[in-house]
Design a protein around this ligand. Structure first.
Ligand code: FAD
Length: 380
């Protein structure tokens, strides 16, 4: 059995499979390691993906989609709502089909995919793997760490990957069934009642089912995410059936260093999630593709621009969204209400074809003297 690979990827989430697919397409020998038996299970995600964030990186196949979306309904702390229509804005995926589908594409291009194969350590250029209760060693020229929020690859490569309470959103979610919703509109709810320092979401999977959940900033509240979720769902969907429970963290801090001479961190392992929305699928795929291209260039003795490309395509937006998040953290419910009213004036009842979060945030801030004062020094 071949134990030597040009590139070893640890973790077969969207970031790892996108990396393995890209590297294999470019002719590298690739090993993709996944600790679970079934790729994509358990789902730790609300599965929403905006089309604009993934354009040019991956074509989404119809069989990966649960529900296509045409916009959002935004709710203020006082319960008032407005609707934004945004045709073809994105999808709610089925990650139990999407994740294995992407790994299968990597396999079809020649990558070796091993499941029930957990990386347990790294020594020089060797990954030590616990596979079917035996220990195996695989050597690499380049390593891609795509092992998610609890990444150990980063730590093994000497990087401080710790996330304090200021740098994480704690999320709780359910897959709900037996509800009656408009399946084309995602719902987003702001306010301290359900989501202090974060937001609550409903992403439809069909007319009768949805991913619902909320993310909270642990330094903003002593309340527990599950207790808040229970309260919300009991009030809003009293007859619903809870099909699955999801609990997890979303990083809101980028690492100072996310690559080295012979390794790259991608996706949640590098903390490339959007600090405003918590979305990480798209940046996972983008960073996986960019890392794989860079590794192949280095394999051929050429120079790559991994850090520069990641900065330009991912980190600049994350930095701005982090500043907006810092401002958001300072608001009370009355101020959320103010933001909501301005947002409704700008977007309520409209059909949009492009929504730039930065432009909307700036417009909101500039319309409110209090927000403008708070944001000076943070944003500008
Ligand atoms: C409640 C919740 C809701 C979310 N909702 C959304 C959403 O709606 N939209 C969105 O874009 N993002 C969402 N996210 C974030 C999103 O799930 C992640 O950003 C995304 O999955 C990151 O992809 P990844 O490939 O980097 O990591 P992951 O998807 O976490 O994949 C990492 C893989 O590595 C494997 N692994 C870990 N350690 C090892 C090891 N030692 N050896 C071998 N394999 C290993 C794991 O089993 C896993 O398969 C949500 C997150 C949470 C917690």
């Amino acid at each position: 059995m071949n134990n030597k690979y040009d590139i070893i990827v640890v973790g077969a989430g969207p970031a790892g499979s996108a990396a393995a697919l890209t590297a294999a397409e470019q002719g590298a020998s690739v090993l993709l390691l996944e600790e679970h038996e079934n790729i994509g299970v358990p789902v730790q995600c609300a599965e929403a993906l905006a089309r604009s964030t993934i354009n040019g990186y991956l074509d989404i196949k119809p069989e990966w989609i649960c529900q296509s979306l045409s916009g959002s309904i935004i709710r203020a702390p006082d319960g008032d709502e407005f609707k934004i229509t945004y045709p073809d804005v994105g999808w709610v995926l089925d990650r139990t089909r999407f994740d294995p589908g992407l790994a299968q594409m990597a396999k079809d291009k020649g990558a070796t995919v091993r499941t029930k194969a957990k990386a347990i350590g790294i020594q020089d250029n060797t990954v030590i793997v616990s596979e079917d209760h035996t220990q195996k060693n695989y050597t690499f020229n380049f390593l891609i760490g795509a092992d998610g929020i609890a990444s150990r690859v980063g730590r093994w490569m000497g990087i401080d990957t710790r996330l304090g309470p200021h740098r994480i959103e704690v999320c709780a979610g359910y897959v709900l069934e037996g509800i009656d919703i408009d399946p084309q509109y995602a719902r987003v709810i702001f306010g301290h009642e359900y989501a202090p320092g974060g937001y609550a979401w409903l992403f439809p999977k069909s007319r009768t089912s949805a991913n619902v959940g909320l993310g909270i900033a642990p330094h903003k509240t002593k309340k527990k995410a599950y207790a808040l979720l229970k309260k919300w769902i009991r009030k809003e969907f009293p007859g619903a059936v809870i099909k699955e429970k999801i609990f997890g963290g979303v990083p809101a801090r980028v690492l100072e260093r996310f690559s080295g001479k012979d390794f790259f961190l991608v996706g949640d392992a590098a903390r490339f999630t959007d600090p405003l929305s918590g979305a990480g699928i798209a940046n996972g795929i983008k960073s996986g593709v960019i890392a794989a291209r860079s590794a192949v260039l280095r394999l051929h003795g050429k120079k790559d621009t991994y850090v520069k490309e990641i900065k330009h395509k991912i980190l600049d937006e994350i930095a701005l969204h982090f500043q907006i998040r810092s401002l958001y953290m300072k608001l009370n419910d009355d101020e959320y209400g103010e933001v909501y009213k301005i947002g409704r004036e700008i977007l309520g009842g409209k059909t949009v074809h492009d929504l730039n979060v930065t432009h909307v945030a700036k417009a909101i801030i500039q319309s409110s003297p209090r927000l403008l004062k708070l944001s000076i020094g943070l944003l500008f």
